[in-house]
Ligand binder design. Structure first.
Ligand code: MG
Length: 382
């Protein structure tokens, strides 16, 4: 976009949205306007609320702009950033109304904007939203109480007749002010106070995020860890190919079953379905259904993994134990981990393959079959 081109059309209301600060007091690593609030960055809240108007985003952030918006680079101080926003509006008439807003206040509502616009329409050069001071206020020097009835807390957006804000900035000539209404007041122009909005609470400290979540009624994203277990047994029969842990192993016996009978993949599949509270392998792939006869078992695990992904789950870990006397799993352990990591689309570090015998006891001890147990751990965001 051509940064110097005037905004198209003759808008009567235009936005300067400030998002150039570092927000060091939050203690966050990234600028505070990038902090996540209700599933989107703090800055996006203001952009969404103000997207109906054309505007200038004064920010170095890489964020998609609404239609009709342009971007300006932030200055060293807030006042410099506003000046750059004004420069980007050079093509607009002095009669336009500009709303200057701080993106650290994500709770912009229509009502406060309507009050600001009305005050400008009634003749004010500037209008600012204010809230009463509820706490007792004292001077730090002598603990003397200041009459709080005389005081008000100032919020943004602040509305200005564009011509007045231009003159205020031109005449400020380097004099610092913490907001633009003060500059307009120095011109002797009337500044109207309108009722502010508690939801315009500013993100200054880390704990303000929790306050904003409450004020804006957003659900905090929570994490839930679920574990699922799977268990399976298949009979060993002579002369069949042995599929175990997703790989073909040379052995005198293979496992019998409706599919390729990979007992290890079946246990893992059931563990994944278990951690998703999503039935079991038999309910998804009924042995009565001829289409699964001789099926490759990796398809079952692939299917279960995809169902978890579709629902936003993140498989954290798969832990498998194969129970039997033979074949020895040790020589094949790494090949199994690698194959399972491929099927489940997970890093190798999240796949564990273990084995044990039963000291000659039971069906596994008599080499009549192999058993497998698996535990899956899934992280769900909700
Ligand atoms: Mg099975």
């Amino acid at each position: 976009m051509d940064e110097s081109a005037p905004l198209s059309g003759p808008p009567t209301i235009v936005i300067i949205l400030l998002a150039g600060g570092r927000g060091a007091r939050t203690g966050f690593a990234a600028p505070k306007q990038q902090a996540m609030l209700g599933g989107k960055p703090v800055l996006q809240w203001s952009l969404d609320a103000l997207a109906a108007y054309p505007g200038v985003l004064v920010s170095a952030d890489e964020i998609a702009l609404p239609a009709g918006w342009k971007r300006a680079a932030p200055g060293a101080e807030r006042q410099d950033s506003v000046a750059r926003g004004l420069a980007a509006l050079a093509g607009l008439d002095d009669d336009a109304v500009v709303l200057v807003h701080d993106s650290a206040r994500p709770g912009v509502g229509r009502d406060v904007i309507a009050r600001l616009i009305a005050a400008i329409a009634e003749g004010a050069a500037a209008a600012i939203p204010v809230l009463p001071v509820a706490d007792t206020i004292v001077r730090q020097a002598d603990a003397d109480v200041v009459d709080r009835a005389e005081l008000a807390r100032v919020q943004t957006p602040q509305a200005f007749r564009l011509g007045a804000l231009r003159r205020a900035h031109a005449e400020a000539a380097g004099a610092a002010a913490s907001d633009d209404a003060q500059l307009v007041r120095r011109l002797g122009e009337p500044v109207a106070l309108v009722a502010g909005d508690a939801r315009l609470h500013k993100l200054t400290f880390a704990e303000d995020l929790a306050m904003l979540e409450s004020l804006l009624g957003v659900e905090k994203e929570t994490m839930r860890i679920a574990t699922g277990m799977g268990y399976d047994v298949h009979r060993l029969v002579a002369g069949k190919p042995l599929w175990l842990g997703g790989i073909r192993i040379e052995h005198s016996h293979g496992l019998s079953g409706h599919s390729d009978a990979d007992v290890a993949l079946h246990a893992i599949t059931d563990a994944v379905l278990g951690a998703a509270a999503d039935g079991d392998i038999g309910s998804h792939f009924p042995p009565s259904d001829p289409q699964w006869k001789g099926a490759e078992s990796w398809r079952f695990l692939d299917y279960a993994v995809q169902r978890v992904a579709d629902r936003g789950g993140d498989i954290q870990h798969l832990d498998l134990t194969i129970v039997g006397e033979a074949p020895k799993v040790g020589p094949h352990r790494e090949a199994m981990r690698l194959r399972i990591s491929e099927i489940a689309r997970l890093p190798l570090s999240r796949i564990s393959v273990k084995a044990t015998t039963t000291e000659g006891l039971g069906f596994a001890g008599r080499r009549e079959g192999l058993a497998a147990q698996a535990v899956a751990t899934i992280l769900w965001k909700e």
